[in-house]
Design a protein around this ligand. Structure first.
Ligand code: FEO
Length: 171
């Protein structure tokens, strides 16, 4: 059973995860449009991961006897000036998500909701990896600068990313 406050905030964050999926789908399309098929692949995998995150919240809310509701989805950004711009916006968005998860944990502790605290632990760990991945790519992009060969090498590297289905990843 969830308190009204916990339910409301979990549902709100479920929608943040759905927004994240849509944002990364837009970034995938923008990267493809710019000619970076590897980057497009990286964001497509990211989109699939966000759909897993969204579904985890959706299933958890429903399993606790409440109704998960899709609401208030804003249009995700679709125009980016460069790959660096795209990844800096990705990191900023992930930092926002991390802050949301931390607030949810604080609320679950305050409400003495042990089940929700345990549910959220997976996301606390996941956010460390999400931010680290973005910071690594941003660092590489800053080193590469305007070097076209460097950009192509990075595009090849990001093109190798593969989506790992939940059963195999433990997600
Ligand atoms: Fe679902 Fe990228 O946080």
């Amino acid at each position: 059973m969830l308190s009204k406050k916990v339910y409301k905030e979990l549902n709100k964050h479920m929608n943040n995860e759905f927004f994240s999926a849509n944002l990364y789908l837009n970034m995938s399309s923008a990267a493809a449009f710019m000619g970076f098929k590897g980057v497009a692949n990286w964001f497509n995998v990211q989109y699939q991961e966000e759909m897993i995150h969204f579904t985890k919240f959706y299933n958890y809310i429903n399993s606790q006897g409440e109704q998960a509701v899709i609401e208030n989805l804003k249009n995700p950004e679709s125009k980016f000036s460069s790959l660096l711009d795209m990844f800096e916006k990705t990191l900023a968005h992930e930092q926002f998500v991390t802050a949301c998860i931390n607030k949810l944990v604080d609320l679950a502790v305050k409400e003495k909701d042990n089940a929700t605290q345990i549910f959220l632990q997976w996301f606390v760990t996941e956010q460390i990896e999400e931010e680290e991945n973005d910071r690594d790519i941003i660092a590489k992009l800053k080193l590469i600068g305007d070097n076209g060969y460097g950009q192509l090498m990075l595009d090849n590297e990001l093109g190798a990313r593969v989506f790992v289905p939940p059963a195999a990843s433990g997600a």
